[in-house]
Design a binder for this molecule. Structure first.
Ligand SMILES: Cc1cc2nc3c(=O)[nH]c(=O)nc-3n(C[C@H](O)[C@H](O)[C@H](O)COP(=O)(O)O)c2cc1C
Length: 313
């Protein structure tokens, strides 16, 4: 890589950015940032990088979940108004932009044979009954039911679900069971096999999916058999709903994508996705009665209702 020239302010900015990571990571991150920076400079015929360009190059090589850091760097007042004030000012909390984004769905062929049965299995991974994820999952179910589907809902927090213990018995050629861990997942596995549409709603905890969902997705691994044989045949579709606090509707889209990729490994095609944001502050995303604030936004809920209906059409 050619030497990348930075002006003084750009150099200070790069050091500041690197300092957010443990030292053991910094060299690797620096290499990636400088590489991206060199590509941008070459494309735009720039000889000396500025602070703004360093930030732009960094944003291109790290996930969107780093946005709070860049928002702070770019405009601390705006960051404070939008992100910090709602933690101690009820008015600011009530003014938080609650947004639901329905992802643009791919064009697809009309209903397959499997889908004609319209059997929806929904999972809420949030431990908060009546919280935002729960309300959104219910809204999607309503949409699916009004479109003629049968639906069943499972709160992961309420079932007995142990961790995957890594025994790998499920990968043995002669093993005829699904999973050696005997708990409520035994019946859930059968429900997944019987379903043709899956809904998964979950909150972001610490920049990733909550633990309930993480454990749940690990337990799907037994669907993959000896030499990558698959238990689930293609044909199932999914709607994935992610919710979080930070007031931007793309901050954790990559986590929603991770869940879609795991589903795809099991031949479940995600055809609808929802990102919902703005659920934090003094009442932690709830209203004064302890219900998810999303219930106050019928226009936003409608997008999820429509995604639920589209899932089974
Ligand atoms: C332990 C914990 C960690 C969280 N971490 C994040 C986070 O990293 N980023 C974020 O934007 N929101 C975070 N939140 C906020 C939740 O994602 C948000 O309130 C979510 O919508 C709650 O969903 P629920 O109402 O369905 O329970 C966190 C909440 C909890 C309880």
């Amino acid at each position: 890589m050619n030497q990348v020239k930075l002006n003084t302010e750009a150099g200070i900015t790069l050091q500041k950015i690197l300092s957010i990571w443990p030292q053991i990571m910094q060299g690797r991150r620096k290499e990636k940032i400088l590489y991206m920076l060199s590509l941008l400079m070459h494309a735009r015929k720039i000889h000396t990088a500025t602070r703004a360009l360093v930030i732009e190059a960094t944003q291109m090589v790290v996930p969107k979940s780093y946005d709070p850091f860049f928002h702070m760097m770019k405009d601390m007042n705006k960051f404070k108004r939008l992100t910090l004030d709602p933690f101690d000012d009820v008015e600011a909390y009530n003014a938080l932009p609650i947004k639901v984004k329905r992802w643009k769905a791919p064009r697809r062929k009309k209903t397959t044979d499997v889908l004609k049965q319209k059997n929806v299995l929904a999972f809420c991974a949030s431990p908060r009954k009546g919280g935002n994820s729960d309300i959104l999952v219910d809204e999607a179910i309503k949409g699916a039911q009004d479109a003629g589907a049968k639906a069943d809902k499972i709160m992961l927090q309420k079932i007995k679900m142990g961790y995957c213990i890594g025994c790998r018995k499920c990968k043995d050629q002669g093993y005829s069971g699904l999973c050696t861990v005997k708990d409520d997942m035994t019946t859930v596995y059968q429900k997944i096999i019987d379903a043709n549409a899956i809904i998964i709603g979950f909150p972001i905890y610490t920049g990733r999916e909550c633990a309930q969902l993480s454990v749940f997705m690990d337990r799907w691994d037994c669907f993959e058999r000896f030499k990558f044989g698959a238990t689930l045949k293609p044909g199932r579709v999914a709607l994935v709903i992610g919710t979080w606090g930070y007031a931007y509707d793309d901050t954790y889209d990559h986590i929603i994508e991770n869940i879609m990729v795991i589903l795809k490994l099991h031949k479940v095609e995600t055809i609808e996705a929802i990102s919902a944001c703005g659920f934090e502050g003094i009442l932690h995303g709830l209203d004064e009665k302890g219900r998810g604030v999303i219930a106050k936004f019928p226009k936003e809920l409608k997008k999820v209702y429509e995604a639920g209906a589209a899932l089974v059409k």
